[in-house]
Design a binder for this molecule. Structure first.
Ligand code: TEU
Ligand code: CA
Length: 543
């Protein structure tokens, strides 16, 4: 078995924000095709395409109304076929976003399902009201509302763990599993190299009892990482995936290490790897939205747990659901460029498959919105509403939401300093960050010391190094500001990665594996003696 999916860099495209080709302000498939050469040049080997299927777009395509058709905003099936072909010509593979926990309420299955007598009734999860006419239980969605919506036509409630226009499919119905297999085969036959499986650890609901009371995602103990998932995943692998040269990465919401191992350990034959969230939440209370102080030592602890705990990691720092990493763990002011390079260094010296998100390679920063009216994201608007309902004042709501909003990473790609940032000639569907005049692809591509060229070099370095890809990971030093870890191929070579997550100059122990020759530096240093500049990253070759 070849290891291509462990070694190629994956680049996530959020189609509506990548490249517009017809001036309607929405990125599209012809736009993606026009940028394939740029991706090739960066060193990308796989594209993960966020949903392009037919969809009412209530959650930007994560609400699918036809799995075998393309959203006309993005183009046609012919455009999609051309994308597969043009990508293949450049040796770029494409994985599709498989959103099967739920469909759109406009999917024909759900339209039929509203009728109690329909053969499709059991495709979804319908329950009568409780004795008092209230929803069947107290579960709440990821978007901070009740997880049940009443359907007047059939006088029952249906379940939706996300928006009410995203009804959950019923995986107790074997017909649903057969439908999913058909969808997977359809895309694999078209040329897909695998799937990113949306919230895959939520598809099995063990019981419908009330959940323990909580502010968000109440009921989770009945639907997160339940035992029933595993058999379904093994069935999908055995009946479909094993017949193609492809891979899967499962997004697993609210997942812990034990559950992630159950989903992705090699000998379990379920998923090839999973996305988890722990490493992006060291500065959050419980989950998202409530900030606490970042500590580098805490980050190293979390990284170590997952790096050592999983057979194989899916390592990412950004996605369409996360803030920009330079604004999150870096410094998007004075040390913007240097801290973006530090984060790049951290990512590309991790063990696992590398997933980057569009714009990460040029250090794009969080959305510079000032008013909620500039926000499109459902989750952000839901959380704002929730906080408003418990009387959190506006200034505090903004303070919590601004750094976390999913729209932070959804603003259009900044290609150049021209009008529309080279993204569109029209009115963009979401605001373009004003800093596009300074932060853009074109400027960075031609400048040797840019973040873009730093990523490009790291991608090549990693491609040529077995140790960075497969070597063991071990922590060696941490304090509130600095972390250091080694990557080792036993008996062959060892590297130490040292990262200063602060705007201070610091001195750290200079002994043992903290001593070596400089292999990678984000400040152009030649030798190393234990003193670090603000936001410095250095990789040492120890032996
Ligand atoms: O995200 C699932 C999910 O867990 C998110 O709601 C997550 O909790 C949050 O965004 C973290 O900030 C996936 C998709 O990536 C997301 O875009 C969709 O909205 C969601 O599923 C529903 O399909
Ligand atoms: Ca367009």
């Amino acid at each position: 078995m070849s290891n291509w999916w462990k070694e190629r860099v994956v680049y996530q495209i959020y189609p509506r924000s990548f490249q517009d080709s017809n001036g309607d302000g929405i990125g599209d498939i012809p736009g993606i095709i026009s940028r394939l050469d740029e991706l090739r040049e960066l060193g990308v080997g796989i594209i993960w395409l966020s949903p392009v299927y037919k969809s009412p777009d209530i959650d930007n395509g994560y609400d699918i109304s036809d799995y075998r058709d393309i959203n006309p905003k993005f183009g046609t099936m012919a455009d999609m076929e051309q994308l597969f072909a043009e990508a293949a010509r450049r040796d770029i593979k494409i994985i599709m976003d498989l959103v099967i926990n739920h469909t759109s309420d406009e999917h024909e299955w759900f339209v039929h399902s509203r009728n109690k007598d329909s053969l499709f009734r059991d495709y979804y999860i319908w329950k009568p009201a409780d004795e008092d006419g209230n929803p069947p239980n107290n579960w709440t969605t990821f978007f901070a509302e009740s997880a049940w919506t009443f359907d007047p036509e059939s006088e029952e409630y249906y379940l939706h763990l996300f928006h009410e226009k995203q009804p959950d499919l019923n995986f107790r119905n074997p017909k649903v599993i057969e439908e999913v297999k058909k969808i997977m085969r359809f895309w694999l036959e078209k040329g897909a190299a695998g799937f990113r499986c949306d919230v895959i650890n939520l598809i099995w609901k063990t019981s419908f009892d009330d959940g323990i009371h909580r502010l968000a995602v109440c009921g989770r103990e009945h639907f997160v990482s339940q035992e029933g998932i595993h058999e379904i995943l093994r069935e999908l692998k055995r009946d479909v995936l094993d017949h193609y040269d492809c891979f899967t990465v499962g997004e697993s919401a609210l997942v812990n290490l034990r559950d992630a191992k159950m989903l992705s350990d090699t000998d379990r034959n379920e998923l090839d790897m999973v996305f988890y969230f722990d490493h992006l939440q060291v500065d959050r209370v419980v989950e998202k939205y409530m900030p606490k102080k970042f500590r580098a030592d805490k980050l190293l602890k979390v990284l170590t747990k997952w790096q050592q705990g999983l057979d194989w990691n899916a390592f990412y720092l950004e996605s369409h659901d996360q803030p920009r990493i330079v604004s999150h763990y870096g410094n998007d002011g004075e040390y913007w460029e240097r801290s973006a390079k530090l984060l790049a260094t951290m990512q590309f010296t991790m063990r696992g498959s590398m997933f980057m998100y569009q714009g990460q390679e040029i250090g794009m920063t969080n959305f510079d919105f000032t008013e909620m009216s500039q926000i499109d994201d459902l989750e952000t608007l839901g959380v704002d509403e929730l906080l408003r309902s418990v009387r959190v004042p506006e200034f505090l709501r903004k303070k919590w939401i601004m750094p976390c909003s999913r729209d932070n990473s959804r603003t259009p790609m900044q290609w150049n300093a021209g009008p529309g940032a080279g993204f569109t000639t029209g009115e963009p569907w979401l605001g373009i960050n004003k800093n596009y005049v300074n932060i853009n692809y074109e400027e960075q591509r031609q400048r040797a010391g840019s973040i873009y060229n730093y990523y490009r070099n790291l991608i090549r370095l990693r491609a040529s190094s077995e140790t960075f890809k497969y070597g063991d990971f071990a922590p060696v030093y941490s304090d509130k500001k600095v972390i250091a870890y080694t990557r080792t191929t036993h008996g062959v070579e060892q590297y130490t990665v040292i990262l200063n997550f602060s705007s201070d100059s610091v001195t750290i122990p200079f002994e043992g594996s903290m001593v070596g020759t400089v292999a990678v530096t984000n400040i152009g240093r030649k030798t190393y003696d234990g003193s670090l500049s603000p936001w410095e990253a250095v990789v040492l070759k120890v032996w």
